[in-house]
Design a protein around this ligand. Structure first.
Ligand SMILES: [Fe+2]
Length: 439
């Protein structure tokens, strides 16, 4: 199906990237529209008390700064001298970064064991790395790379402590529950995407017709240290920046709109969405823009915190089957489906007279992305959807058909998808229509 171009749409204007304006906007627009939906009424001696209830999972120790990679030797030293380093091919090819990292660790008299993660981690890949090492010879696992590398490091740090294959512990696949034991783990992202540096799960992939994308998950698997140096992301190519950036935005928006959202996840989500709104296109156009790279790195970190605590929505409910059966990269799934899914969710909420909390949040999102100051709620809700379609075009995100997905695959995709914590429980028909728009 052919999309309307941005010029064919209704003339919504993007807000100029002016930090001062965005800050003013936030102060003007923030309102606790969700209070009545997540609060619990308690009567105490006749007085009604509204208590907002939530629980929060741990955060890693976060070091966020340009140049913070220099802190790695001292951070690793707090765990010991024997370090297992996992990295991606792209980092190895950037000899400048790789040589500096390994040289600084060796100068600190560390013993390094190195493995390369060449693709999304499979069960066999994790098991092979684990079998190559004795847990007593490793003091810490360090993963430096994109989301796949960080997920691999997370899984290896966990599996080094037991003698079973990782597949036994995957949600929906294995029969064993993770015990939470692990080797200390330091996560160093070189892309702004999955937020794995702050999440409790590692996604393990098996491709093919009987394939899967399933999580190894335990709160203890949240990295001990997230070392975030936005300068490491400057060589990330535009197509990867776009796809990973849309994964970040999807995670933030899905967490913000999640039925499990809380005041604390809303705070992280909104802060991250603001950063992505002013940074994504700039990072895509100029990878050396460290202000934009920093904004995306921060947004990605926030997205990991949000998804760990608030869950996700329909896009991530469809992503596993599209990734494992059709090999569509995760970020591309997010980027290509984000607008269509939100268009369907908003329409569903409006047609079913849905929860005002979520419609108000759509209004806030539209206000953030729009330059107009006097629009109606309906205007801003629609403006957000239009802005997502515009982002999809500007970032040159491909269609699902570019990966071989056809109309005949739609029902298979739907049958293996779910709506997770989406504010609108989409019907199979609604999901089929939105998928057809991106084929
Ligand atoms: Fe994601």
């Amino acid at each position: 199906m052919v999309l309307a171009t941005s010029s064919e749409r209704q003339g919504f204007q993007s807000k100029p990237r002016n930090i001062r304006i965005i800050k003013e906007f936030v102060f003007q627009r923030v309102r606790p529209a969700y209070d009545k939906h997540v609060s619990y009424e308690i009567r105490d001696q006749g007085q009604v008390i509204m208590v907002k209830q939530f629980t929060s999972k741990p955060l890693p120790t976060i070091h966020f700064a340009l140049g913070s990679i220099k802190q790695l030797p001292s951070l690793a030293d707090s765990f010991g001298k024997r370090l297992l380093i996992l990295s991606g091919n792209s980092l190895i090819s950037q000899a400048n970064i790789w040589d500096k990292v390994t040289a600084s660790l060796k100068q600190n008299h560390s013993t390094l064991f190195c493995s390369t993660i060449a693709s999304e981690p499979s069960p066999e890949m994790i098991d092979t790395i684990v079998q190559d090492h004795f847990p007593e010879e490793i003091d810490a696992v360090i993963a430096i790379g994109g989301g796949s590398v960080l997920d691999a490091g997370k899984a290896v740090s966990a599996m080094l402590t037991n003698g079973y294959g990782v597949q036994n512990f995957l949600e929906g696949v294995g029969s064993k529950n993770p015990d939470g034991l692990k080797i200390p783990f330091i996560a160093i992202p070189t892309t702004a995407g999955t937020g794995s540096e702050a999440t409790s799960n590692a996604v393990i992939t098996r491709t093919g017709s009987s394939g899967f994308k399933k999580s190894l998950r335990h709160n203890n698997y949240i990295p001990d240290v997230a070392l975030i140096d936005p300068a490491l992301m400057r060589t990330c190519p535009p197509d990867i920046t776009a796809a990973c950036g849309m994964d970040t935005l999807t995670q933030l928006v899905e967490g913000f709109l999640s039925t499990k959202a809380s005041p604390i996840t809303d705070a992280f989500a909104w802060s991250g969405i603001e950063a992505v709104q002013r940074s994504l296109l700039a990072a895509f156009k100029n990878g050396d823009d460290l202000q934009a790279r920093s904004g995306m790195a921060y947004g990605s970190l926030c997205s990991g915190i949000v998804l760990t605590n608030a869950g996700l929505g329909v896009v991530h409910g469809m992503a596993p089957v599209l990734g494992s059966h059709f090999m569509v990269p995760h970020g591309v799934v997010c980027g290509t489906l984000m607008a269509a899914v939100n268009e369907a969710s908003l329409a569903h909420l409006l047609e079913t007279n849905g929860n005002r909390e979520y419609l108000s949040k759509y209004t806030r999102l539209g206000q953030l992305f729009s330059s107009r100051e006097d629009g109606s709620e309906a205007y801003y809700q629609e403006a957000f959807i239009e802005e997502l379609y515009t982002l999809t075009e500007r970032l040159n995100l491909p269609l699902l058909s570019d990966f071989g997905v056809t109309d005949e695959d739609i029902m298979t995709i739907i049958s293996q998808s779910n709506t997770k914590n989406n504010p609108a429980v989409l019907t199979a028909t609604e999901m089929a229509i939105l998928l057809a728009k991106r084929i």
